[in-house]
Write a protein that binds this ligand. Structure first.
Ligand SMILES: C[S@@+](CC[C@H](N)C(=O)[O-])C[C@H]1O[C@@H](n2cnc3c(N)ncnc32)[C@H](O)[C@@H]1O
Length: 248
């Protein structure tokens, strides 16, 4: 099965310990630190809209972009309960990004960029993001670090058993390609039986210097790198790294 098809409908259950309120606060702290007051934004690889819908709830207008129809259908349903700003969900592959308007900020959180495995695709996305930003606009994204994918997740197997859904998550890190393969087996209770679904996800362990080089080539001049969810430089064992880039 394709990544984020069956998984889409249990994603939020499995992410229930992720504090998206704190995540949203961090994004707003970045806006403040850079003196930017955005109104119109896009979130790439927005998934089930956990961050998108929170930002809409705080009054921003968002375009949520994701290549998984299933993830977007969950996001769209949750958007019914949100007012304040406006939201449009677009089923689009960010490698072929086309947005209807220029934006004040473009975001991509929780591993979206790790799913982009080829150099030329990363280059294309960064260039396209740059084109879609107004001058003074911010591009904010994170990656799961090389350390996290190679040392913590890679070669490990995880399993969780919740009410109505269980999963086994087997990981293999290939250090010749810097790719972590996630083999996910999900059991979902449907009536009296459990249905088994299998998906493969591939994430690239990006190196910080390669990303910075790519961002510069795309036109970004002001680039900062932080250990998530603060403003310190990443450490050797940082698991999530934030890139904040301003279009001058
Ligand atoms: C780990 S989820 C993160 C979702 C969301 N950002 C969150 O914070 O919960 C990764 C998402 O990236 C999306 N994705 C992966 N490759 C993509 C691509 N090339 N274009 C658009 N979305 C992509 C997947 O469909 C999935 O929804």
């Amino acid at each position: 099965m394709e990544a984020y098809s069956a998984f889409a409908y249990v994603y939020d259950k499995l992410m229930k310990d992720v504090d998206y309120e704190k995540w949203t606060n961090y994004i707003e702290d970045i806006f403040k630190r850079y003196g930017v007051i955005p109104k119109n934004m896009a979130e790439l690889a927005c998934g089930t809209g956990n961050l998108t819908n929170k930002l809409v709830g705080r009054g921003y207008n968002l375009i949520g972009v994701d290549c998984s129809e299933d993830m977007l259908s969950v996001a769209q349903e949750k958007a019914m309960d949100v007012s304040e700003g406006s939201v449009i969900y677009l089923n689009q592959d960010m490698r072929e990004l086309f947005l209807p308007t220029e934006l004040d900020a473009i975001l991509c959180v929780c591993d979206g960029m790790n799913y982009i495995t080829k150099d030329e695709e990363i280059t294309k996305i960064f260039k396209s993001v740059y084109e879609h930003l107004k001058s003074g606009g911010l591009f904010i994204f994170d990656v799961s670090s090389y350390y996290k994918l190679s040392t913590i997740l890679g070669q490990n197997t995880y399993a969780e058993n919740y009410e109505g859904v269980s999963y086994i998550w087997e990981n293999y890190f290939d250090e010749t390609k810097n790719i972590c393969d996630f083999d996910l087996t999900i059991f979902v209770k449907e009536g009296k039986i459990y249905k088994k679904y299998e998906e493969n996800h591939k994430q690239r362990a990006h190196k910080e210097n390669e990303i910075i080089e790519n961002l510069k080539n795309a036109g970004f001049e002001k680039i900062n790198v932080f250990d998530a969810f603060g403003f310190e430089e990443p450490k050797e064992n940082s698991e999530r790294i934030y890139f904040v880039c301003k279009k001058m």
